[in-house]
Design a protein around this ligand. Structure first.
Ligand code: KIV
Length: 309
């Protein structure tokens, strides 16, 4: 709804009817602008975020898509896989991301079994992701088995990002975190899955853990953007889990992650310095303390004079 230079965007409950300038809204990433990026050969940048401060940093850095991934399970919630993550977990984190009002497109990752039981279940749960989580699109894992679900969601006005290759929610069925699409036959199956998802209305596709050749073939076979993770350089964009590329974890370093910072060391150094300061009485100093006025202080000590004064 346009009102003299302002756009009132009917949004999630967290940012309902927020007045925004037209320029701000136009700067926001949409499923449409992402498709345009592919046509123009502009690479798409996607990262995960699960909280408002991270989302705000990613937005300021010009990241195109923020994925509120079910990787929150491994990255922040202490699970060993994404399987235990619930819809409520993702909605909770997605709403925090949405409250940061990022310019990046917010994609909510539908967790394990929250969309595959039936089309009705998918419609209900994906609606919650938009209405309660403030997501602007959902991501669902799967190939041919989710085509009808993608069709129904897109029909209902819910933008869908597909996810093929390694699909971590099927980890037990796949027998581990293995590279997919290694043979020519397997690559062709993935190309077909990508084309079916495109035809069903998906606006983009994550391709996870496949050889570069397979990802290239898929990327060339569809008009929608492909976003790779462990899928080589030929995708239209790339995604990483934020906390992997920032180096939060000590022993986790898959081949496809480039570590851009050692945030674990930064945090460790800061916590050790704080611990030392507290133990040695060097924190807080007057700089970090509050004081009474001299008059009040005099009155206080006048009343309760310390024994040695
Ligand atoms: O949950 C997630 O972070 C993901 C990405 C790895 C694509 O699905």
């Amino acid at each position: 709804m346009y009102i003299v230079g302002y756009v009132f965007r009917r949004d999630s409950i967290n940012r309902r009817m927020a007045p925004e300038t037209v320029a701000n809204v136009l700067a926001r990433k949409t499923t449409y602008s992402l498709k345009k990026m592919k046509r123009k050969g502009k690479r798409i940048v996607m990262l995960t975020a699960y909280d408002a401060p991270s989302a705000s940093i990613l937005s300021e850095c010009g990241v195109d898509i923020i994925l509120v991934g079910d990787s929150v399970g491994n990255a922040l919630l202490g699970y060993e896989s994404t399987i235990p993550v619930t819809l409520s977990d993702i909605i909770h984190h997605c709403a925090a991301v949405a409250r940061a009002k990022p310019k990046s497109l917010i994609v909510g990752d539908m967790p394990f079994m929250s969309y595959k039981v039936s089309i009705l279940q998918a419609l209900k749960n994906c609606s919650r992701m938009l209405q309660e989580g403030g997501a602007e699109a959902v991501k669902i894992e799967g190939g041919g088995n989710v085509v009808a679900i993608v069709e129904a969601l897109v029909d209902a006005g819910i933008p869908v990002m597909g996810h093929i290759g390694l699909t971590p929610q099927s980890i037990f069925e796949l027998g581990g975190y293995r590279v997919q699409g290694r043979t020519a036959d397997q690559a062709e199956v993935l190309v077909e899955q990508a084309q079916r998802l495109e035809k069903a209305g998906a606006f983009s596709l994550v391709i996870e853990l496949v050889p570069s050749e397979t990802a290239k073939m898929i990327t060339e076979a569809v008009e929608i953007p492909t976003i790779g993770i462990g899928a080589g350089p030929h995708c239209d964009g790339q995604v990483l889990v934020l906390w992997d590329m920032l180096g939060l974890f000590k022993d986790f370093k898959p081949k496809f992650v480039k570590k851009y910072a050692d945030i674990r060391q930064v945090i460790t150094d800061a916590v050790q310095e704080y611990t030392k300061d507290v133990r040695e009485g060097n924190f807080p100093t007057p700089e970090h303390s509050f004081e009474m006025t001299e008059e009040e202080s005099g009155r206080l000590y006048g009343r309760n004079k310390p024994a040695d004064s």
